[in-house]
Design a protein around this ligand. Structure first.
Ligand code: ADP
Ligand code: MG
Length: 358
């Protein structure tokens, strides 16, 4: 049985830690990045929404949108950044705008500001964007990407496609095709649409809108191309998806589906990290021993009940993970126990290292 991520990540340029919410994606991404930096690589980890104390430990108290170096005693280097989706979107506009006037027109536009804030809420696409940008720069041996805290682990996989679809959508075409637009001369139908928009968003700025779509239109080709590059990057054989899950039934179930989705999409799935696994409880009946130890039968029974409950949960964990293992076929599953303390600093990450890298 494989007990280390190391051979799975050998020669990779990019690792994507995916999984459902709260299972330990951010923690695992940071631990993998630190582990490989300590093994001599120059690694950048892109985190999203790290727990406060972990952010502090990585020096991420202030949002920058570029990686900065984490001072660690390591053969390699650890760089970390926290993704600020809104800022990335602005940079994207700056990148694609054909000239300064277009850029400023879009950035200062109220519709854009509303829209980009809404898009920033769904961080999926922005995470992909940043990843692509960093990989293009080529400054690191390895990029480790944490994924957004979506309820559904599959969402972010669709992000580049969704954006491409949005760009191709009739609505956007209608607004951006020269001559077709002229919001001023729009028919009655669109008047209805706009009043719905107004009710939903409180925005009633026809002027703003036509200006926005006019400048946005000249950029859509760049966006579409980027979405395609991002897709190609994810599918590259030097990328690796690591699926993080907890042993809980719902998380395990989602991990199973996600694994299928990756295979269907032809994306490079490396393996599963089962995180926060409860240690197997010792066999036997502790009641008698507890009674003599505690000198109090009632208390001993209470403790024994808690112990039984823990043992039952640990057994349930084992069954859930065994099911998942069957669904994974030959792909490995690496277990990290539930550690006594929250993992919130570099020492905590190093404790995970032991399990992640065997
Ligand atoms: N193996 C572990 N043992 C104990 N606590 C853990 C472990 N892995 C993660 N945690 C804690 O669980 C919480 C959620 O982890 P996080 O990485 O933020 O999850 P996600 O990014 O998937 O939402 C954090 O407080 C983290 O310190
Ligand atoms: Mg997270």
């Amino acid at each position: 049985m494989l007990t280390s991520l190391e051979p799975l990540l050998e020669g990779k340029r990019m690792v994507i830690c995916a999984g459902s919410g709260g299972v330990g994606k951010t923690t695992t991404a940071a631990a993998v990045a630190l582990g490989l930096a300590e093994r001599g690589l120059k690694v950048a980890v892109v985190t999203i929404d790290p727990a406060r104390r972990l952010a502090t430990a990585l020096g991420l108290d202030t949002l920058g949108n570029e990686p900065h170096r984490v001072p660690v005693e390591a053969e390699g280097e650890l760089w970390a950044m926290m993704l600020d989706a809104k800022r990335t979107f602005d940079e994207l506009i700056e990148w694609h705008a054909p000239d300064e006037r277009t850029r400023d027109a879009v950035l200062s536009n109220r519709i854009y500001q509303e829209l980009s804030n809404a898009l920033a809420g769904s961080q999926e696409y922005m995470a992909m964007e940043k990843l692509y940008e960093l990989s293009q720069e080529g400054r690191y041996d390895l990029l480790v990407l944490d994924t957004p805290p979506t309820r559904n682990a599959l969402d972010f996989l669709d992000a580049p496609k969704k954006l491409a679809a949005f760009i191709d959508s009739r609505t956007l075409q209608l607004f951006t095709t020269p001559g077709m637009l002229g919001l001023k001369v729009l028919g009655r139908g669109s008047g209805v649409a706009l009043s719905v928009l107004k009710r939903a968003t409180g925005i009633d700025l026809l002027e703003d809108m036509s200006a926005f779509f006019a400048s946005f239109g000249s950029m859509t080709e760049g966006f579409r191309e980027r979405a395609e590059h991002v897709n190609a990057l994810l599918a590259d054989s030097r990328s690796a998806f690591v699926l993080v899950t907890s042993p809980r039934a719902d998380a395990v179930d989602e991990a199973g589906w996600f694994h299928h989705r990756l295979l269907d999409a032809g994306l490079p799935f490396a393996g599963v990290v089962a995180n926060r696994v409860r240690p197997a409880a010792p066999r036997g009946d502790p009641a008698a021993e507890l009674a003599s130890l505690l000198g109090d039968d009632a208390l001993a029974r209470k403790v024994a009940r808690t112990f039984e409950e823990e043992r039952r949960l640990a057994a349930q964990d084992r069954r859930n993970l065994a099911d998942l293992k069957k669904r994974l076929g030959r792909k490995p599953m690496i277990e990290v126990p539930h550690l006594d303390d929250d993992v919130h600093d570099l020492d905590g990450l190093r404790r995970m290292d032991e399990y992640l890298f065997g």
